[in-house]
Design a binder for this molecule. Structure first.
Ligand code: AMP
Length: 407
């Protein structure tokens, strides 16, 4: 199936060609004709499936050429990184048109954004908070919007943006086409859908809960004290090109990043305590190959288009099962394969159990050859990972003490 059969405008097909896409991905095949026909669409495909182009291509096709009054398209994104990335996709795909694309997000000055908004544009990509600021200052008007995209809606909910999103949607004309993308549909998103959308068609690619299908994932049980050594040994032994290491907190990300640098890895650190410049530099350096390890907290987990990550390592088990799916979605993007490793200490076992329930199957537990493991309840006498269900007992809050249950 080729892009030319989908009904996209000629200059947009040229843009697709210039990007080097040869065939539409499954979500593009399903969503593009629906969006072209004017239908509201809910997409529940995982990130990494080509979902940005799935909405950008038909919308750009329908816009045609630059119009004086705009923006006609508003795309809301939960984070600045995502907003910047989606803007780049719109620009790339529309490069053979005269359409104008701009992005607004917080953490940087207003000047240049205000200038762009004043100059007139067709497509505006924005994070909710900064867009509301511009609206209050009279710099952004939404009364010409014909196409509204609510991307990563579940993440917007997690980040507490839903009230902002609603305030923005109220200012967009009712006669519009709305697309919403969300990996999961919790009740608050379901009610947003009811309120903001008009008889939407659902496009679901694969099971909503299953992580990107090409990713192989395994768990390395390890005592907390040995985690950093195991991480180092993993990096020494595995055949990787680029890896994202996810940590629970900013502090831990800084600590692990510094630790890996001491051991001669080229490391970038990405979390919300860093300035916008530092964050952009980290991402750019990682994309360019200046850094081969990116240590990040969950803000980086969603949707970031860091292409060709060969491995994801969860230094900490995510406490929300959804985050596991999103984190490991960083590898295996658009049909390439990747590996996802999760370090699990005793206290993490219940989170792993939650994740396994969420994704609907168990994750294989393995040990790293040649690593000097401390004796632990995580392993059997012969050093094999102890099947989780056979570990009996209770743990104190730090997870250190193992107290067998009396039978
Ligand atoms: P997304 O899910 O939108 O974040 O896209 C993930 C990655 O897949 C991005 O790097 C896109 O440039 C790429 N991509 C999107 N559509 C295609 C396609 N049809 N063929 C190959 N790569 C694609």
């Amino acid at each position: 199936m080729a892009f030319t059969t989908l009904g996209l405008a000629a200059p947009i097909i040229e843009g697709v060609r210039a990007m080097g896409y040869s065939e539409p991905t499954p979500i593009q095949l399903r969503a593009i004709p629906l969006i072209l026909s004017g239908q509201d669409v809910i997409g529940s495909a995982q990130t990494g499936t080509g979902k940005t182009a799935a909405f950008a291509l038909p919308i750009l096709s329908k816009l045609g050429a630059h119009a004086a009054a705009g923006p006609r398209v508003l795309v809301l994104e939960p984070t600045r990184e995502l907003a910047a990335q989606v803007e780049t996709s719109f620009r790339d795909l529309s490069r053979f048109t005269d359409l104008r694309v701009a992005v607004v997000y917080g953490g940087v000055g207003y000047g240049e954004q205000t200038d762009q908004l004043r100059r007139g544009l067709d497509v505006l990509v924005a994070t909710p908070g900064r867009l509301l600021d511009h609206m209050q200052r009279g710099a952004a008007r939404l009364d010409r919007v014909e196409y509204l995209v609510l991307d990563e809606a579940d993440r917007m909910l997690d980040m507490g943006f839903l009230p902002d999103v609603k305030r923005i949607v109220e200012r967009v004309p009712k006669a519009r086409q709305t697309c919403l993308f969300s990996a999961t549909v919790p009740p608050d998103i379901a009610s947003l859908i009811k309120w903001a959308m008009n008889q939407p068609e659902v496009v679901e690619i694969g099971s909503r809960r299953s992580p990107a299908e090409t990713v192989k994932h395994v768990i390395y049980p390890v005592e907390d004290e040995q985690k950093s050594d195991l991480l180092l040994s993993l990096l020494d032994q595995m055949n990787w090109e680029s890896v994202i290491v996810f940590c629970r907190t900013r502090h831990r990300a800084d600590r692990i990043g510094t630790f890996l640098r001491k051991h001669d890895h080229a490391v970038a650190i990405l979390h919300s305590d860093r300035t916008q410049r530092e964050r952009e530099d980290a991402l750019k350096g990682f994309r360019d190959g200046r850094f081969d390890v990116l240590v990040a907290t969950d803000i980086a987990a969603r949707g970031l288009d860091v292409a060709d990550v060969s491995h994801v390592i969860n230094y900490d088990v995510p406490t929300h099962p959804e985050d596991y799916v999103h984190r490991i979605g960083r590898t295996g993007r658009a049909n390439t394969t990747g590996d996802a490793f999760t370090l699990m200490c005793v206290a993490d076992r219940r989170h792993v159990a939650d994740i396994e329930r969420f994704i609907g199957h168990r994750i294989e537990q393995v040990v790293l050859d040649g690593f000097a493991y401390e004796k632990s309840v995580l392993f059997t006498e012969s050093g094999k990972p102890r099947p989780t269900k056979k570990i009996l007992g209770v743990f104190n809050r730090s997870g250190r003490t193992f107290r067998p249950r009396r039978r």
